[in-house]
Design a protein around this ligand. Structure first.
Ligand code: IVH
Length: 737
């Protein structure tokens, strides 16, 4: 399709596309542009699928992809097998066991235009008689694709799409997902499939997303951008406690492998069976004979979805008959028998009245767009985050501009761009630095090391500005709220109002002062009576014995959240040891722990403990009698377990005589080792049980040490008796890994 045709199809995209064409005055050659686009899209894929942190909207992303698609069709000589238009995005992450899909998981072609949708139907019409063109039209759930495998009715595992061929095993999350049956029961006497892969989506309801974000904001943490990212972050989190606190849901809609083949003839039949087995299905599933009826259903769904409690970004239209699906077949990354019709995000135009600066817990300064209130997708929008200085520059936003606002995932408002033809000639380029000066804010944009492992690579500027002075009353309040939050010391009743009063009255400067708060002081707080004062003090008292990682998390070191706090606690085992750690030790803990973000974090940790007031804070925690030494790292291992597997990477395979997978893994990790899903040259040792398959062969081939359970237990000095079963140990999939 030529770019010209695209203009007439894309509705809202038209002016956006013109605008990007307009700013890139010197048009690169098709070959160069294809190269640029491939690189750019691959980077966005990495951020979207692997890091769950995209930097552009889905709509902008789809535009890049369709530009690339158009160029590749026009210039087949530059077509490549590995172009992002031909492969599925890869969500595989480190630390997850990988399993192959029996039938690969694909992506879907998409369109925003009715014309293109009808083109799709016309292509199908060439191969299918009109009276057989029966479609299902379903909501496209904006979540993370999943495949649930059942063998003889028993749940075996849940996998992410991964690279389409193999995915990450996320089975342990399934207990937290409402509606995934542990077992399928035969319905109406029909035998259960021997093997069935059921395809669907894991998603987060909008109200749950808003709840989690409200909680984060109350703790001074950055909110998540949209429910899809939060879903991906939650299922890929290595922190089961955190995941368990977040509600996830699922819908199922499709089939992968199924034995015996021919169990289902249509998707409608499949849906009925899935419903009978107890899986959650979307209420809306339109039956449509032919493209025009399907289009009408798409429009109908476009209205209905505005009131859905879950995020949708389009409609999926697919042929109902599995035989016809097979007849049409598939391309490398998407079937020919289905298409996603995506609804362009609702947008509105308004005026950017001002750009204000908001200061967070760590002193980070975030620019905010103050907008003339405008209605977008059902609510009035008057503010939107602008993320950072670079983002304002990238979009060249200026105060007084008319701007286009949309809601990312229909929830969080974003300023997309300014309207060039409405810009006033005297509109001034926004200067962050000038603004800071005008407000009398003393701030810096710190330099950070790109990679301490390779200092020759130099430094770069952090994207955000930070206050230089880190001890303003506002920051003290933010820190106190964060310190008392659920993911840190979990002190109930210490919210915004109490924290503000404690700071304003001079009772508390640093979180350590909380532990010297008197009953009289608590009683003097607004609306406090004896009972509430006692409750507050009891909460503070109880927090003295919280786990070390919570205290480390509560320090508020930039970039150190729950997950890293646990790594540090486990490694250093006392606050004082962490405080006095050398660069090398911190580096070892984070980088050798195969932590890709480690480099920036090492710099942050060292900078934190260099500051005298932070060192004093740690000492004050020790003096106040807090638990500053390890009692538990979440592995329930006793304190002081010798780190005999420090730096070693284990692979577990086969059925062990007495140990369960989770338990063996915990035992290794508690002793400083890591467990990986696949054997490579880096593997230190394979712990093998019965029926150990290809992993054992690979280990032998590479000359990696192989031990059995008895030897493993001998090394850790334990006898062969299984430890108490863990929470998830009977979740089904225990034997082969
Ligand atoms: S059918 C790929 N139905 O959208 C084979 N997919 O962007 C056919 N999705 O990978 C998929 N809701 O994960 C289908 N009702 C629905 C869907 C749906 C969401 C996802 C799916 C796919 C992605 C493509």
């Amino acid at each position: 399709m030529s770019p010209f045709l695209r203009f007439s199809f894309y509705g809202v995209a038209v002016s956006f596309y013109f605008f990007s064409a307009f700013i890139s005055m010197s048009t690169p050659s098709p070959e160069k542009r294809i190269e640029q686009l491939r690189k750019e899209i691959a980077e966005h894929d990495e951020r979207y699928y692997r890091n769950a942190a995209p930097t552009i909207s889905d709509f902008e992303y789809d535009l890049l992809k369709s530009e690339l698609q158009a160029l590749e069709s026009a210039h087949p000589e530059f077509s490549r097998e590995n172009s992002p238009t031909k492969i599925v995005g890869d969500d595989r992450s480190r630390g997850f066991e990988k399993f192959s899909h029996r039938v690969p998981m694909q992506s879907l072609d998409n369109t925003y235009s009715e014309g293109e949708f009808l083109d799709f139907c016309a292509r199908l019409a060439k191969e299918i008689p009109a009276d057989k063109m029966r479609f299902l039209v379903e909501p496209k759930i904006d979540g993370v694709s999943v495949s649930y495998t059942y063998e003889n009715g028993k749940f075996v595992r849940a996998l992410t799409r991964g690279n389409g061929v193999e995915g990450d095993d996320i089975s342990r999350h399934v207990v937290n997902i409402a509606g995934v049956p542990a077992e399928l029961k035969p319905i109406d006497g029909k035998p259960l499939p021997k093997i069935v892969e059921i395809r669907g989506e894991i998603y987060m309801r909008t109200d749950e997303f808003l709840r989690i974000n409200a909680e984060r904001e109350a703790e001074g943490l950055e909110p998540f951008a949209n429910p899809r990212n939060l879903t991906a972050g939650t299922i890929k989190s290595q922190n089961p406690e955190e995941s368990a606190r977040r509600r996830l849901d699922t819908f199922v809609y499709g089939l992968g492998a199924c034995e015996p083949a021919g169990t289902f003839a249509t998707l409608s039949e499949l849906r009925e069976m899935l419903h009978a087995w107890g899986f959650p299905l979307t209420d809306f599933c339109g039956n449509a004979l032919g493209g025009d009826v399907a289009m009408a259903k798409i429009r109908e769904l476009g209205e209905l979805r505005k009131n859905y409690p879950f995020p949708t970004d389009g409609a999926v239209v697919k042929l109902d008959s599995l035989a016809l699906q097979r007849k049409l077949g598939e391309k490398s990354n998407a079937p020919r028998w289905a298409i996603a019709f995506k609804y362009a995000p609702e947008q509105a135009e308004t005026t950017l009245r001002a750009i204000t600066l908001q200061i967070g817990r760590t002193g980070k300064i975030t620019p905010v767009a103050e907008l003339e209130p405008v209605e977008v997708a059902g609510t009035t929008v008057s503010r939107a985050t602008l993320h950072n200085e670079d983002e304002i520059a990238r979009k060249d936003l200026r105060v007084g501009d008319r701007v286009i606002v949309e809601k990312a995932g229909e929830i969080i408002p974003q300023v997309v761009r300014f309207v060039p033809e409405k810009r006033k000639p005297d509109a001034e380029i926004f200067s962050f630095e000038k603004e800071l000066k005008k407000l009398g804010i003393d701030a810096e944009r710190p330099l950070r090391l790109i990679d301490p492992a390779k200092p020759e690579k130099g430094t770069e500027r952090a994207v955000a500005w930070y206050l230089k002075e880190k001890d303003t009353p506002e920051l003290r309040v933010r820190r106190l709220i964060y310190f008392s939050g659920k993911s840190c010391m979990d002190i109930p009743n210490l919210g915004e109002s109490v924290a503000t009063q404690l700071v304003e009255r001079g009772f508390v400067k640093t979180p350590a002062d909380l532990y010297a708060l008197t009953f009289e002081q608590a009683l003097s707080l607004e609306k406090f009576k004896e009972k509430s004062a006692k409750n507050l003090l009891d909460g503070i008292e109880a927090s003295r014995s919280r786990e070390l990682w919570r205290l480390i998390n509560g320090l508020g070191i930039p970039g150190i959240g729950e997950e890293y706090a646990k790594i540090l606690a486990k490694k250093f085992r006392s606050l004082t040891a962490l405080k006095n750690a050398t660069e090398e030790q911190v580096f070892d803990a984070l980088i050798k722990g195969e932590n890709s973000k480690g480099s920036v974090l090492v710099a942050n940790i060292l900078a934190f403990f260099e500051k005298e007031q932070n060192r004093a804070l740690c000492d004050a925690f020790v003096s106040a009698g807090l638990n500053t030494e390890i009692t538990s790292t979440g592995t329930d291992e006793p304190a002081g377990t010798e780190q005999i597997f420090e730096g070693k990477i284990f692979v577990l395979t086969g059925t062990l005589p007495t140990l369960k997978r989770d338990d063996a893994k915990k035992m290794i990790e508690a002793r400083g080792g890591k467990v990986s899903g696949s054997v490579s040259k880096k593997t230190s040792c394979v712990l093998a049980g019965e029926e150990a398959g290809s992993k054992l062969d690979k280990a032998r081939e590479l000359g990696v040490e192989v031990i059995d359970e008895a030897e493993f237990l001998r090394r850790i000095g334990e006898s062969a008796s299984a430890p108490a079963a863990t929470e998830n140990s009977d979740s089904g999939e225990l034997l082969l890994f």
